[in-house]
Design a binder for this molecule. Structure first.
Ligand SMILES: Cc1cc2nc3c(=O)[nH]c(=O)nc-3n(C[C@H](O)[C@H](O)[C@H](O)COP(=O)(O)O)c2cc1C
Length: 300
């Protein structure tokens, strides 16, 4: 069994998750490939660098990657590790998925996607699905790893992590940012489930086993936000690309986006979500649960 495990990770969080998933498979032929952008992204980011990455990320404009060397021309299984940026696949990953030679490797091959995110990955997974299916591949599993803290808390702590470069307790009172150490270490269990399925020739049942082990939980509030926010990000991305033709104009527009985002996340969303939970959710519970079931099954 030839396995390609390919990923990009800026801070190493996703590489740690993937490393743990792969550890029970170490006796198999695994080609572990790390993607490297030619122009490295800054870490820590400045606030303007961080949000300035939004338009090109959302519009999936390819960047330059260092050449990727693969051990084989074809694989029996691809494990793709990625992270969402602005509700879209990170740019190194959306670039990878647009490379003709990678599409050829994906063609007719089962793919498992592993996500290392804050908590909003549904829109980015939709895009990943489109790329993989477009290349003739087949996603047989998707496991999102998330920060399980409340949405507004994790929004603050991820910015602290990204802008200060420290994955510790902000002001000594906030929880640590990102995927918890327990969940990163616990990823080994996914590797064990995968190993069983590989050896029993039951890969098509992998996702069901992951779901019944309780690995994928979808929050109703996040589902609500994600179902609206991507369209708004796309609109902002197009405006910034079209109007931000010189550095100064772009800078102003990116700052307008930052203020919009803070207002939407911390003021509008909590009010709208409260109304939604009281007035709408009780009447649409079945529909929402069905939606969550399909998302867990990667039917997006
Ligand atoms: C520019 C940028 C945008 C991000 N946007 C999102 C997002 O939309 N949804 C989300 O869940 N996480 C988001 N994150 C967090 C990442 O998905 C990821 O969890 C974090 O960057 C650590 O990943 P790493 O393994 O690359 O270091 C974002 C991170 C960056 C740097």
């Amino acid at each position: 069994m030839k396995i390609l495990a390919i990923s990009y990770s800026q801070t190493g969080q996703l590489d740690d998750i993937l490393g743990n998933i792969l550890s029970p498979l170490s006796d198999l032929d695994i080609d572990r490939v790390l993607i490297k952008p030619k122009k490295a992204y800054p870490f820590p980011w400045t606030a303007s660098e961080f949000f300035d990455a939004m338009p090109e990320t959302v519009l999936e404009e390819p960047i330059e990657l260092y050449d990727i060397k693969f051990k084989h021309d074809f694989y029996d299984l691809i494990i793709l590790g990625y992270q969402p940026w602005f509700l879209s696949p990170s740019l190194p990953i959306s670039t990878l998925l647009q490379l003709a030679y990678f599409k050829k490797i994906v063609s007719e091959t089962p793919v498992i996607t592993i996500i290392g995110s804050r908590n909003m990955w549904i829109n980015s997974q939709k895009s990943i699905n489109m790329h993989i299916v477009g290349a003739g591949g087949r996603i047989i599993g998707n496991i999102p790893f998330i920060d399980k803290n409340p949405n507004l808390i994790s929004a603050i702590t991820i910015l602290y992590w990204m802008l200060k470069g420290r994955k510790d307790n902000m002001l000594k009172i906030f929880p640590k940012p990102g995927v918890s150490e327990d969940d990163i270490n616990g990823a080994k269990k996914i590797g064990l489930i995968l190993r069983n399925n590989i050896f029993n020739n039951t890969l098509d049942d992998f996702q069901n086993q992951v779901i019944s082990s309780g690995y994928i939980k979808i929050s109703t509030s996040i589902l609500f936000i994600e179902s609206r926010a991507k369209k708004i990000f796309l609109l902002w991305a197009r405006i910034i690309k079209k109007q931000g033709l010189n550095k100064q104009k772009r800078f102003l527009l990116v700052y307008a986006f930052i203020y919009y985002l803070i207002f939407a996340l911390f003021v509008v969303a909590p009010i709208v979500l409260m109304v939604y939970h009281i007035l709408v959710l009780p009447f649409t519970l079945n529909k929402i649960n069905k939606k969550k079931y399909y998302i867990c099954q990667n039917k997006l």
